[in-house]
Ligand binder design. Structure first.
Ligand SMILES: [Zn+2]
Length: 257
């Protein structure tokens, strides 16, 4: 109780300060989504990003010094996922670890036939009840271009939303019976369709990675929702509408035409 009261007071104080101008410059330069948001969404994004910057531990790996620019860029993209949702600032994530470039991840145990991941250099990783780990080189290659279609920060923070209910199953806590039922149906069908298409060797909209398990599918679909909304809507309108109901934003509006 006391802790949450103190935290709320600290956040109010933080957000009463004006947003630093040099941070605004980082948003303009590095966060491609930012200029497309409605003014109220931009204000919300700035607030969420500031809390994430203040409350998370930011750690550089392999000798990297994590600059303000890195923090603002990463926190702003992570804030995209929280613009419309009820949230507690990724409460399970204590720290964000930033590598200068790609890094090796420990072997992952999953049931997908060819597990080549252990030999793979990752650009990001979300650790269950642990940090988000990112390659800055990849973050800065993707974040400035909202039309690029990919965003590793969005992908990894979507995993952290999935993990919030202590289940790694591609379903974040939804808090709504109707949405839960719809989620199970729409996501299961879309995931199975995707796996079948890959097995047949068809060209697929979702990535190969998304076929590994439900949490990868949710993270990949979230990335598409925020970065390729029109394509996702065209490919699978049910998944688009479901994610719009969950995230409570309409990225189609940010990508006219
Ligand atoms: Zn993933």
């Amino acid at each position: 109780m006391l802790l949450s009261w103190l935290r709320a007071r600290r956040r109010r104080k933080l957000l009463a300060e004006p947003f630093p101008l040099r941070w605004e410059a980082f948003l303009a330069k590095n966060v491609g989504h930012y200029r497309r948001l409605a003014p109220a969404e931009q204000a919300k994004l700035r607030d969420v990003a500031r809390v994430l910057i203040a409350e998370k531990t930011w750690e550089g790996a392999r000798g990297l010094y994590v600059t303000e620019e890195m923090k603002v860029t990463i926190a702003a993209d992570a804030a995209l996922l929280l613009l419309g949702a009820d949230h507690d600032y990724y409460a399970r994530v204590d720290s964000v670890v930033v590598y200068p470039g790609k890094f090796r991840t420990p072997q992952r145990d999953d049931d997908w036939e060819d597990d080549e991941l252990s030999d793979f250099e990752a650009d990001g990783q979300a650790v269950y009840r642990g940090p988000v780990i990112l390659s800055w080189e990849d973050v800065i290659a993707e974040a400035p271009d909202p039309d690029g279609g990919y965003n590793v920060v969005v992908h990894e923070f979507a995993h952290q939303l999935d993990f919030l209910d202590n289940l790694v199953n591609g379903t974040p806590p939804l808090g709504d019976r109707g949405l839960e039922a719809r989620w199970r149906y729409v996501m299961t069908v879309a995931f199975e369709d995707h796996r079948r298409a890959l097995r047949r060797g068809d060209e697929t909209f979702f990535t190969d990675h998304a076929a590994e398990n439900e949490t990868e599918f949710f993270a990949d679909a979230s990335e598409a929702f925020f970065c390729r909304p029109a394509d996702l809507e065209g490919e699978n309108p049910e998944v688009y509408r479901l994610l719009a109901a969950y995230y409570r934003v309409e990225p189609l509006r940010w990508f006219p035409g």
